[in-house]
Design a protein around this ligand. Structure first.
Ligand SMILES: C[S@@+](CC[C@H](N)C(=O)[O-])C[C@H]1O[C@@H](n2cnc3c(N)ncnc32)[C@H](O)[C@@H]1O
Length: 308
């Protein structure tokens, strides 16, 4: 594929562009991308440094992106959208904007919702502090939403590629075998329930923190004196969906690439990838995920000279 502008950098399998992704996606042919996995700016009451649409404007802002994504994904492809919830300003009441996004994508853009997932981040800070920490009338909001959209209900997916280790109880059952029983719910448990199928089928609750303090990106950013991107998602999110929904060699796009977590995971999983980020500083600095620092960058720490 040829694009109007040069990428900020290229790797063996992908390229990162600094552009408005709405414009960028217009250059992509119909039915050409296997997976879009992304986390756009949320409609937070407190604005992030990279700017974000308000709750009232959010649908109008986001729908053109969603339409373009629908045009470029293959019929076998998927669109995985990570979006955080929000509160109404000044009152301990939730905003419903993320549900409005979900309904608009299905009702107005014509996607099907393949499944909704929840990302449980136990390390999420309590907020809004006024309601959670000070007045103590709300609890910690530790979950974000991940909506998995498809344009064909039979889009490519295989949960055998994301099996998880069996629990100790399940391992015991597999060893011992089970007799046919009927659960109080009416479900019939047969002997095949305890067969070893290589691992347990994951649920739609993904639990992971979003600290990656040991990653090359964070370490190298600190050394280079760069600010670390303020709203990264954990590598586990794109990893799960890439393995579940694509094969090596497939094309993955993140139109709100930020620090390019998605591109880095894709490279490791041998998927081709494209990333698009509007801010040039984030786009430039995301290259640190892939490289040691350039030869000429030398950090003086006291007497010690560290070279990367
Ligand atoms: C929540 S962050 C994504 C972070 C990313 N998932 C990561 O792990 O680093 C959203 C990003 O979208 C970028 N952005 C906002 N509008 C954009 C647009 N029209 N085109 C491309 N990027 C955009 C912002 O600058 C911000 O870096």
């Amino acid at each position: 594929m040829h694009f109007q502008s040069e990428p900020i950098y290229k790797t063996v399998l992908g390229a990162l562009y600094c552009a408005d992704s709405l414009e960028f996606m217009r250059q992509l042919p119909d039915d050409s991308v296997d997976l879009v996995v992304t986390s756009p700016p949320y409609a937070l009451h407190f604005k992030k440094e990279y700017g974000n649409a308000s709750q009232q404007e959010y649908i109008a802002w986001f729908l053109p992106f969603a339409r373009e994504i629908k045009r470029i994904i293959k019929p076998s492809g998927s669109f995985v959208l990570n979006i955080g919830g929000s509160w109404q300003p000044g009152v301990p009441v939730r905003s419903l904007y993320h549900y409005r996004v979900l309904l608009a994508l299905v009702d107005e853009t014509g996607y099907d919702l393949a499944q909704e997932f929840f990302w449980f981040n136990p390390a999420k800070m309590p907020a809004p502090a006024e309601w959670v920490n000070v007045r103590r009338i709300r609890v910690k909001d530790s979950v974000e939403y991940i909506f998995w959209f498809v344009k064909d209900p039979m889009a490519q997916a295989d949960n055998r590629k994301v099996l998880q280790p069996y629990s100790d109880d399940m391992k015991r059952l597999i060893k011992r075998g089970v007799k046919q029983t009927i659960r109080p719910s009416g479900h019939v448990i047969t002997g095949t329930f305890a067969s070893d199928r290589g691992g347990s089928i994951p649920s739609n609750l993904i639990q992971c923190g979003n600290n990656e303090s040991n990653s090359a990106y964070v370490k190298n950013s600190r050394i280079a004196g760069n600010k670390i991107h303020p709203a990264r998602f954990p590598a586990e999110l794109p990893r799960f969906f890439m393995e579940f929904l694509t094969n090596p060699g497939d094309l993955v796009l993140d139109p709100f690439a930020g620090s390019n977590t998605t591109g880095h995971v894709a490279e490791r999983l041998k998927r081709r990838w494209l990333g698009v980020e509007l801010r040039e500083d984030y786009a430039q600095e995301s290259r640190l995920r892939f490289e040691g620092l350039p030869e000429e960058v030398i950090l003086q720490q006291g007497q010690q000279t560290l070279k990367f």
